[in-house]
Design a protein around this ligand. Structure first.
Ligand SMILES: Cc1ncc(COP(=O)(O)O)c(C=O)c1O
Length: 382
């Protein structure tokens, strides 16, 4: 048996055909497929505006630049997160405060934000970055109150949450609709809900932000006149464009989104049912108002001891199952030089592990993974 990865893409002949077709177009970048993909994303997500870009990290860069994040501005983000939002904020000279997280969900809560503000006496915050660990959009409607209180922008790093939705006041919203935020960012990396190889998108309902995003994506080039040789440069920025053939792949993948989400949910339900019976594990029961894309399936060991987590990962690896950490707390990295709170983050880091989950992960392999996990704890291999 080949090694089982924790995540991977699903590409079919229709995806290949649509990329091939676009490669024959006159324009293979800055063409009509980019606009098509953006329109379809806006329609699916329920946002007024969508801008594609070349990856999820660029999407965060564009989001921060579009709100004019600059030197010494304050940004709050969760201490457990992928490094992108921290790196981008630092490149722009911001002061970052890492809020602690809730151990059970692995996510920063509104209370964690308040605690962080109290602890570091923060009154005005330029941006609060929310991240939905594994795709679970918990509290997605609960950060919006900070916009007024701290004069803050709310940015959703929704890279895990493409296809996640939630209910607020009996209305259904998709993450990316920006009904309770200013901007949402996505990644279309191969392990994500849909892929364009590398790729990303930014969504917003603000015309002002969107117009700025368009300039920021493409070297700050501003064309007032029709003449293609006449233009001005209005921002110092880079080239973050996504090609037309990648957008064609995105359009073709988007057609399968419901299939992808249903399958991921099925795997998650099987894991829930079986793994809940293992007393050594903590399985997060999700609130039914917040529906995950199931980008990741995360379990937590009951014992707070990283040595056991390492043993477990090695044991699974020997059995050809690759598990993953999501994530090492940001304050542990050499590049980190800001303030942080990490009481629960430390515990989470010691205990949380991601299991394989992806479209078409066969039932046989799911059963195999579960058997191996059961065996590890039954035999007390730790
Ligand atoms: C939460 C989060 N933010 C940002 C990113 C960055 O996306 P990309 O790898 O497309 O740059 C990722 C990707 O793994 C992510 O998981």
């Amino acid at each position: 048996m080949k090694n089982i990865p924790y995540g991977k893409q699903y590409i079919d002949n229709k995806d290949i055909a649509s990329v091939g077709k676009t490669l024959k177009n006159e324009k293979i970048t800055t063409g009509k497929e980019v606009i098509n993909f953006e329109k379809k994303l806006s329609f699916y997500l329920g946002s007024k505006y969508t801008l594609t870009c070349n990856n999820g990290t660029s999407a965060l860069f564009l989001a921060f630049k579009s709100i004019n994040l600059k030197k010494n501005d304050i940004v709050i983000m969760p201490s457990i997160n992928f490094i992108s939002s921290y790196n981008v904020a630092k490149i722009l000279g911001a002061k970052v405060y890492l809020a602690d997280i809730d151990f059970y969900t692995g996510q920063m809560t509104p209370k964690n934000v308040e605690d962080c503000c109290k602890k570091f006496n923060l009154k005005k915050i330029k941006a609060i970055v929310v991240m939905y660990m594994g795709g679970y959009p918990y509290n997605a409607d609960k950060f919006v109150k900070f916009k007024k209180k701290y004069k803050s922008y709310i940015i959703e790093d929704a890279c895990h949450a493409f296809g996640s939705h939630y209910y607020s006041n009996n209305n259904k919203y998709l993450i990316g609709s920006c009904k309770h935020s200013d901007i949402a960012t996505f990644s279309f990396h191969p392990v994500k809900s849909i892929t364009t190889g590398e790729g990303g998108a930014v969504t917003t309902n603000s015309k002002k932000i969107f117009n700025k995003l368009k300039l920021l994506r493409s070297l700050g080039i501003f064309r007032e006149k029709k003449n293609h040789w006449s233009y001005d440069i209005v921002h110092n920025t880079l080239n973050f464009r996504l090609t037309d053939f990648q957008c064609s792949l995105g359009i073709s993948q988007l057609k399968k989104i419901n299939k992808f989400l249903t399958y991921r949910k099925k795997i998650s339900d099987i894991y829930d049912k079986k793994l809940n019976k293992i007393p050594n594990l903590i399985i997060t029961k999700q609130n039914e108002n917040y529906c995950s894309s199931n980008h990741l399936y995360i379990i937590k060991l009951k014992i707070n001891d990283k040595k056991i987590k390492t043993k477990f990962i090695n044991y699974m690896l020997k059995n050809r199952v690759t598990l993953q950490y999501h994530y090492i707390p940001i304050n542990k990295f050499k590049v980190f030089n800001d303030r942080f709170l990490d009481f629960n983050a430390k515990k989470y880091y010691n205990q949380a592990i991601s299991l394989p989950i992806y479209y078409k992960l066969p039932q046989k392999k799911i059963n195999y993974i579960i058997k191996k996990i059961e065996f590890f704890f039954k035999k007390k291999y730790y």
